[in-house]
Ligand binder design. Sequence first.
Ligand SMILES: [Zn+2]
Length: 300
Amino acid sequence: MVKNYLALDIGGTKILGAIISDKKILAKEKIKTTSSQDQEEVYGRIKNVITTLLKKVPNIDGIGIGIPGRVNEEGVITFSPNLPFENFHLKNKLQEDFGVTNIVIDNDVNVGMLGEQWIGAAAGHANVLGIFVGTGIGGAVIINNKLLRGAQSIAGEVGHMKLSFDGPKCNCGEKGCLEAYSSKIAMQRYMEEQGMKFDSILKSSVLKNGIAEQNKTIKDAIKKSANYLGEAIGSLVNCLDPDVVVLGGGVSTAIGEYMLKTIEPVANARALVKPNIKLSVLGDEAGLFGAVKLLLSDNK
Ligand SMILES: [Zn+2]
């Protein structure tokens, strides 16, 4: 019998949910959220999305969740910089509130990469490096069809790999990380150094329009970021030798094609073998499909 799974992609500004059966989305729900300091309030929003989906498709065989942070084997969120959860027993709470025992939770980038490997840009590949470029930079590594999690669940954090020991300041408190060179925040910093002004965090649409309008400052900022990304990918390919490197995240979705023109030649020059670099094809559905793949996998 075909089974139905409930998938959640919980972010700092939105919660996406879906019920997926046989690799097809039966129902979908999206709520935008404002940031909150109250973990019970955020948990309430998560419950609302689940309740709404269950009204559409009542019978489910499990819940898979991607969350921006660190999750331990018991399903406790131990660290989540963009959400108020701290040592929050998400799995236990959901089991009690919905009576579903089959629940898996993992880092959102890991989950998104699983989705791309299942039915997206990395389908059919056993060794995958995923780099998600957005406000920050996240990463995920799949080796021999298994997610690399590491001893303390931080494996794949390529955003905090040092490209310079004395570079720009990074959100993590260190200097010269890839994230400080190639994230949206880094692009914004380059533009501000050239006199552009922003009221809030740079939107991906500004980057896209800047390319269309041939705005030199914006194009230069993107090229600079892409150049460092190419350097990083070259080094990572030498370390991991993946079948494919998948670029995902909001920035890649908006301007990935343009960035690849800079990334590919630099990565080719740095790597000892020619990297196979692809753009994500699932966009913001990667995390939903990945959450189902996580449920189906024996590599939870
Ligand atoms: Zn850092």
